[in-house]
Design a protein around this ligand. Structure first.
Ligand SMILES: [Fe+2]
Ligand SMILES: [Fe+2]
Length: 405
């Protein structure tokens, strides 16, 4: 039975493959495919074998793959079709595997394909809110991700939760108040990158990886601050309306550059000073240790925010104006709020004072004033690095939320 017309290739002797006992129900297609790939379209492959169902299976398989066939009593001869070629005709490479091969605007058709994969045409288009490299990228991202992955610490073992310490009840309450405040802030620091994570095209995978580990960092910060707050069994501190209003504005910012400017550069940048302060003044070894660990992570979060904004502001001269407007908008929105709760401010003073003598309180108050000056100076330095003139940097830093984050 001839199922195709005569061609020159049919006249020349076919290639031969012997499958021995192997049937198509146990992987024989791998050997047949491999042999067919070596042939031109129209080339012939005589398939021999002892599996009883081979002839029947081979016919069905060949039809499904678009190959024709000629049967004889002893064997089946396949004639290579063009379908496997045609399948990849329209395929395209999704950029390349390396960060240097990232394309500016990956197609929606690439969807979830691995960067650098050969993408078969015809899959469902998949749109992400953020599909342009320059809206999220920083050349530092691959290195920051590697560093972050290497520096993950385990809250169960990185902190000696049983280390002994004695604190006066009011000092303990001050620590608990600060921890309560930190948990609240860490929660927004987790939610903001986590929300963006799902909106960014996975072609920029190092950015997704950085944000994923950043979210994981915040998850650990929440854990250790909450655990220290509850360590001595007392109730948690207060959550003021002004602080929560300040944090809520961070969730309202839909643009990645502006959100990471407000959260990572200004907020987490300010937190670097706060955590450094706590590392110095916290009255117990556990609070000092957890703020030290969190601070190391935070410096990576700030570094990524800075690196991205430096990248984008070089390409987009309008960006600085939009960053300025974002700070002003947020300041206006928070005008009627108190910013940092008095309870948190007082707790910081008490922690730095360490006791209730007037001279200790004076020293604690002075330390918190110095902290605020250091926060302001850090913000101005980062703003200048982003290209703001010093006077503008100073004005913008002054508009930053009094809640620190
Ligand atoms: Fe954090
Ligand atoms: Fe952070």
């Amino acid at each position: 039975m001839r199922s195709v017309s005569m061609t020159e290739q049919e006249v020349s002797p076919p290639a031969i493959i012997d499958l021995e006992d192997l049937g198509l129900d146990r992987g024989a297609h791998l050997l047949i495919d491999r042999a067919l790939r070596a042939l031109p379209i129209g080339g012939r492959l005589e398939v021999r074998g002892r599996d009883e169902a081979l002839a029947i299976h081979l016919r069905a398989w060949a039809r499904a793959r678009g190959h024709s066939f000629v049967e004889s009593e002893a064997s089946t001869t396949l004639i290579r079709g063009a379908a496997d070629h045609a399948r990849w005709d329209q395929a395209e490479r999704a950029g390349g595997a390396l960060p240097t091969d990232i394309v500016h605007k990956p197609g929606a058709n690439w969807g979830l394909a691995a960067r650098g994969a050969l993408v078969e045409a015809g899959g469902p288009p998949l749109h992400f809110d953020i599909e342009e490299k320059d809206l999220v990228w920083a050349d530092l991202a691959p290195r920051l991700y590697a560093q972050a992955a290497a520096n993950q610490w385990d809250p169960a073992t990185a902190i000696d939760w049983a280390s002994p310490f004695e604190l006066q009840e009011e000092i303990e309450s001050a620590v608990v108040q600060v921890m309560t405040y930190l948990v609240e802030n860490e929660q927004v620091a987790l939610i903001v990158p986590a929300r963006f994570l799902g909106r960014i095209h996975p072609h920029f995978r190092e950015v997704l990886q950085v944000l994923a580990v950043q979210a994981a960092d915040e998850a650990r910060h929440i854990e250790v601050f909450a655990r220290r707050a509850a360590l001595r069994g007392g109730p948690l501190g207060v959550s003021g309306a002004g602080g929560r209003a300040s944090l809520a504005t961070l969730l309202d910012e839909p643009e990645f550059a502006l959100a990471s400017f407000l959260l990572s550069v200004l907020g987490e940048g300010t937190f670097l000073s706060l955590l450094g302060f706590l590392e110095t003044y916290a009255p117990d070894p556990i609070a000092r240790r957890i703020t030290h660990l969190a601070r190391q992570d935070e410096s990576r979060h700030v570094a990524f925010g800075m690196a991205h904004l430096e990248h984008q502001s070089v390409l987009d001269p309008q960006l600085r104006g939009r960053l300025r407007a974002a700070v002003e908008r947020r300041h206006d929105a928070l005008l009627d709020t108190v910013g940092l709760n008095q309870e948190v401010f007082d707790a910081l003073v008490i922690m730095a004072a360490g006791s209730w003598t007037p001279s200790s309180i004076a020293r604690g108050y002075g330390a918190v004033a110095a902290l605020q000056a250091e926060m302001d100076e850090g913000r101005q330095r980062r703003l200048v690095r982003l290209g703001f003139p010093p006077d503008e940097a100073s004005a913008l830093s002054a508009l930053h939320t009094r809640n620190f984050m």
